[in-house]
Ligand binder design. Structure first.
Ligand SMILES: NC(=O)c1ccc[n+]([C@@H]2O[C@H](COP(=O)([O-])OP(=O)(O)OC[C@H]3O[C@@H](n4cnc5c(N)ncnc54)[C@H](O)[C@@H]3O)[C@@H](O)[C@H]2O)c1
Length: 365
């Protein structure tokens, strides 16, 4: 037995007393511990992305908007890249960042966003590949009843239908009935329309690939390390949480992120995913309203459903801030040894079932 083993494993009262007294007399390690604790609290109090340059796709609102704000609060120079020009530009102005119109399904748009970062600050440190859609939904301008509306439209069979946020405004119109018919078809795998699926793939998968490709090129060419974070979903982890099409796109994002992490590690570029679940954004509200057929459903109602049925943390529903904090961690140097990872922000929902939680209840004697 060597000395170190004896010191660690000797449990006699005398030896314990000697250890206690010597630890009281010897201040070295104790001081070190105090200093270390102090360091950590200081670090947590400081800005975590000082001087970093970040692009947030889909950064005009929702999870992307909250993350753009949090990154800026942490000292990053942020470019908001979205198709919602007015909302995106206002948000970018409010955080002293830049806005660029960028439809992630177009490779040239994503390339331009990356070039903007290089011409603005000479580098790109962070890409949050967040833009995504749930169904066959687009943000476009359209004319309807002589009112010019900027809203979400529904494309099918080459036709354009108005839906979602302004749904109530067009209530009673022909669109309502057409929309309901459309929603009731194409949900089953046996009716999946490949043309509609390719629309979703263009935004959710190709958009993410465009981002990884051009961000990695820029990071490698400048020679700085970087962090790329892609938005996957709880739907990529277990079936039954979203449409077949959405589920497959989010699964693909996990795959490409891991393989990109494998290649880009030698350049010091980390690629990770964040997988939100049940965050009542415009996107999720639309889904609930349309699927449950309740166009006036409130955020509170949806939050209550999720906190009761979609989370192990009873009474807690996820928020934009919850996801933004996870992304901030992956973007910052504090996650410097983490790559190829999927950080799931789901209140534990995909980790365990509460159906048999009675087995943990102690019996009263
Ligand atoms: N809300 C949730 O519960 C949840 C769960 C899992 C994953 N996600 C993912 O999080 C991401 C953000 O979604 P959200 O919930 O904040 O929804 P959201 O609809 O509020 O935000 C999506 C943003 O992406 C933008 N966008 C859409 N298509 C685009 C395109 N082609 N090019 C550029 N920007 C585009 C929208 O304009 C919007 O600003 C999405 O990828 C979504 O799939 C959300």
């Amino acid at each position: 037995m060597d000395d170190e083993y004896i010191i660690k494993h000797n449990t006699s009262p005398t030896f314990f007393l000697i250890k206690l007294i010597s630890s009281m007399l010897y201040k070295g390690p104790t001081m070190e511990l105090c200093d270390h604790t102090h360091d950590v609290s200081q670090k947590l109090g400081t800005k975590r992305l000082t001087g970093k340059v970040a692009i947030v796709t889909g950064g005009a609102r929702g999870i992307g908007g909250a993350t753009a704000i949090l990154m800026a609060e942490n000292g990053a120079h942020v470019i908001v890249a979205d198709v919602l020009d007015e909302v995106g530009a206002n948000l970018a102005n409010s955080i002293k960042g830049l806005y660029i119109h960028c439809d992630v399904s177009k490779e040239s748009d994503v390339e331009s966003a990356v070039q903007l970062a290089l011409s603005w600050k000479g580098k790109l440190d962070i890409l949050f590949n967040n833009a995504g859609i749930l169904g066959y939904l687009f943000q476009v301008s359209t004319h309807m009843n002589d009112i010019q509306l900027k809203q979400t439209c529904f494309y099918a069979n080459g036709l354009e239908f108005v839906t979602s946020s302004l749904y109530t405004k067009v209530s009673g119109s022909l669109c309502d009935s057409i929309l309901l018919i459309l929603l009731d078809s194409g949900r089953s795998i046996t009716n999946l329309e490949m043309k509609k699926l390719s629309t979703l793939i263009n935004v959710n998968i190709n958009g993410v690939i465009h981002g990884i490709k051009h961000a990695a090129r820029a990071m490698i060419s400048v020679g700085n390390k970087g962090s790329i974070i892609c938005s996957s979903s709880s739907a990529a982890i277990m079936g039954g949480l979203a449409s077949h099409s959405y589920t497959l796109t989010k699964g693909a994002i996990l795959g490409i992120s891991r393989s990109a992490a494998c290649e880009l590690g030698v350049h010091g570029i980390r690629v990770n995913c964040v997988s939100p679940h049940g965050i009542p954004s415009e996107m999720l509200m639309k889904a609930y309203r349309e699927h449950l057929g309740k166009s006036d459903m409130t955020i509170e109602e949806v939050s209550n459903i999720i906190s009761e049925e979609g989370s192990l943390l009873h009474g807690k529903c996820g928020s934009f801030e919850d996801v933004a904090q996870a992304v901030l961690f992956l973007a910052s140097d504090e996650s410097g040894f983490i790559t190829g990872h999927n950080l799931v922000v789901d209140g534990g929902y995909t980790s365990a079932s509460v159906l048999m939680s009675f087995i943990y209840r102690d019996k009263m004697i």
